[in-house]
Design a protein around this ligand. Structure first.
Ligand SMILES: [Zn+2]
Length: 418
């Protein structure tokens, strides 16, 4: 009996085809379900002796073999200075800005690309708002596959240069992300390519689970009290809830309440708007307007499930303006030394709002996911000219420009110690 299968989320029928994405019976979405033979301490031992990458969780992932592809196992950083500013006693940041292509998308692509190889595909492809394009191109280069990526023509140029440098074929589409997605749906019927976030989506989304697997292990095998997660399609949010269930079901962590909080940019906040109004379903946003391009999905596939999980778990979905996003990029850079792109700024901005509203557990363990690197979107935050001086190359000019300040309190204390 195989260790995992694709099962319909709606009618629970098991799919006969290993590379289907919709149920043959009811067209419902397929998801991976597992027959966990390894649990508890034996599973923990297997994980501990695995590689220091997301592949240490291979027993909980839908792959037949483990590739030598070092993705994941990113730092979980205790952010005490940011926590103090927000009035949170125990705040952690999962720093996914430091992956092979500098966004969390390397996780989902690693799982989908490995599965594509196992199913005999030679080309991986995707529709992307930017980061996924880079992750697909990089994974294809690592694994020796071909890559074709489709993006809205408005995507940040810094993200696209990397795509072609990795050797992928880039298709710029004049349209929104949702329009790119529709086009890709038509192409997928004609070409036998592994569209990682479409035809291989059931495997792809499983990669998101590794964020919580790592977080739980890095916390000493325990669940946090609250997770703050950015919402684009909602797949990360939904699959982290699935991951929490699997961690508990396999006995890796104790069962305890975990509240799921979502973050969206105000210029594309269908799920946050529905949460605020109490509506059971979201209304799609036709023309997203935000600097957080990575989160500019007007019709998030898992949006309604996000609403359900946020409400059921005692969480919330919060929206933040572009100005708040920019300010939050600076805040987390200044207090934690992590430079995030606007998606990460959106998460921190939501964290700030949620803390101000008293919705996060003050004394509890709060974890926020930082999903993309700020060096990919350098135009979003301008140079702070107040922090800059320009001088001729002479010592006296330097001393005029930056006269030594009087000793600080900390400096005097240091003198006394000496
Ligand atoms: Zn079904």
């Amino acid at each position: 009996m195989p260790r995992f299968a694709l099962r319909c989320r709606a009618c629970h029928t098991v799919s006969a085809a290993p590379d289907a994405y919709a149920c043959a019976e009811c067209l419902g979405p397929l998801e991976v379900s597992y027959d966990h033979t390894l649990t508890g301490e034996a599973l923990r031992d297997a994980i501990r002796s695995g590689p220091t990458s997301l592949w240490r969780y291979a027993p909980l992932l839908p792959v037949a073999t483990v590739p030598d592809d070092p993705v994941g196992w990113t730092p979980l950083v205790r952010a005490d200075r940011l926590g103090r500013e927000l009035g949170l006693d125990e705040l952690w940041l999962k720093n996914d800005t430091v992956t092979p292509s500098f966004s969390f998308k390397d996780r989902v692509v690693a799982v989908a690309a490995q599965r594509a190889k196992e199913l005999g595909y030679d080309t991986i492809a995707c529709a992307s708002t930017g980061n996924l394009a880079g992750a697909v191109a990089a994974a294809a280069a690592r694994l020796g596959l071909r890559a074709v990526v489709f993006v809205p023509a408005t995507t940040e140029p810094a993200k696209l240069a990397a795509v072609t440098t990795y050797g992928a074929r880039l298709v710029l589409v004049d349209g929104t992300y949702d329009e790119v997605n529709r086009l890709v749906g038509q192409i997928a019927e004609e070409r036998r390519w592994a569209f990682v976030n479409f035809t291989l989506r059931p495997y792809y989304v499983e990669g998101s689970k590794t964020l919580l697997f790592e977080t739980a292990e890095q916390l000493g095998w325990r669940l946090p009290d609250a997770l703050v997660i950015p919402i684009a399609s909602g797949a990360m949010f939904v699959n982290n809830a699935k991951a929490a269930g699997e961690l508990v079901a396999t006995g890796l962590v104790a069962d305890r309440p975990l509240a799921f909080f979502g973050a969206q940019p105000a210029g594309c906040a269908p799920v946050a708007d529905a949460f605020a109004s109490g509506a059971p379903r979201y209304v799609p946003v036709k023309r997203p307007q935000t600097i957080a391009h990575a989160l500019a999905i007007g019709s998030p596939a898992d949006g309604n499930l996000v609403l359900e999980i946020a409400r059921r778990s005692g969480g919330a979905v919060e929206a933040a303006s572009d100005d708040e996003i920019r300010a939050s990029i600076a805040l987390v850079a200044r207090t934690a030394g992590i430079f995030v792109e606007p998606a990460g700024g959106t998460t921190v901005a939501a964290l700030v709002r949620l803390a101000e509203r008293g919705l996060l557990p003050r004394g509890g363990t709060v974890v926020a996911y930082l999903t993309g690197n700020g060096f990919k979107t350098p135009d979003v935050v301008p140079l702070d000219t107040d922090a800059v001086v320009r001088i001729p190359a002479r010592l006296d000019a330097f001393e005029d420009a930056l006269p030594e300040p009087p000793p600080t309190v900390a400096g005097r204390e240091l003198a006394e110690v000496r």
